[in-house]
Design a protein around this ligand. Sequence first.
Ligand SMILES: Nc1ncnc2c1ncn2[C@@H]1O[C@H](COP(=O)(O)OP(=O)(O)OP(=O)(O)O)[C@@H](O)[C@H]1O
Length: 309
Amino acid sequence: MPTIVDIQNLRKSYAGGFEALKGVNLEIEQGEILALLGSNGAGKTTLISTICGITTATSGKVTVGGHDIKDDFRAARSMIGLVPQEINLEPFERVLNTVRFSRGLFGRPADEAVLEKILRQLSLWDKKDSQIRELSGGMKRRVLIAKALSHDPKVLFLDEPTAGVDVELRKDMWEIVAGLKASGVTIILTTHYIEEAEAIADRIGVIAKGELLLVEEKDALMARMGKKQLEVQLTEPITEVPLTLQSPDVELSADGRSLIYTYDTNAERTGITKLLSKVAESGLVLQDVATRQSSLEDIFVDLLKEDAA
Ligand SMILES: Nc1ncnc2c1ncn2[C@@H]1O[C@H](COP(=O)(O)OP(=O)(O)OP(=O)(O)O)[C@@H](O)[C@H]1O
């Protein structure tokens, strides 16, 4: 897929010298859903704000659809829709008017058919005459998305779209995002929620302290860094791992009742058969076995640990 947003060596220092972005390089592909994962203060909002022209970069270069965000700001910005983290809507305004007004701000000609299409896509059409204050929190978030889509952008940035939202609404939002992708919009979302990235992203970028630690296809990332563990539960506790079983991959649980074997999911041989026959040879009696796979959360925590080391 061609690149739609190209970010090269982007740096941002705030007044006072704090460096919030330390040379970020990122190519966002047309049509993908990219999740930027990072803790509080990692630099996610700064990155989005800089691309959208709300914050000025200290150095580096960003193009959107080939338009430089500095030299060709209007053209670049017209390709972008931004859904901010905070709900900043006029409480007494009506839904349709709010979205119509946003379209006008971008200098786009009035087009009621476009507005209707957007509101229907977000299941807001029956609320078009409601005042914003009459809407639930989830609906207000949808209005923010409708506003961001009002000028027909090709790239949509969603800054923490489900922060503080309950599980059901979060799943609604995931469906909306999938629908937007299907309609051809490229989506970049920031999130603290690992399960959100796991659920909807094509690629995942991890940001920590102003640096992009990695960007990778979600499936490849999980396969590359994912480990599997086999827990061999014993009928009788033991105090140490028998000599024939000793290896860096085998650990004894704290209660001495299980051997935990960590293996690579991608390896040609997992080593499980060998391990189980050694367990039997050692005279240990097996009660049960269980496997578990590391989640994106484990991968994320490991990455941040590596970065801090
Ligand atoms: N206007 C500003 N002036 C000075 N420092 C700022 C400003 N805006 C953000 N920062 C600092 O830059 C760093 C990155 O902030 P940013 O809001 O980009 O993080 P974030 O990853 O979006 O965090 P969160 O998940 O909490 O929204 C933080 O340390 C923050 O305090």
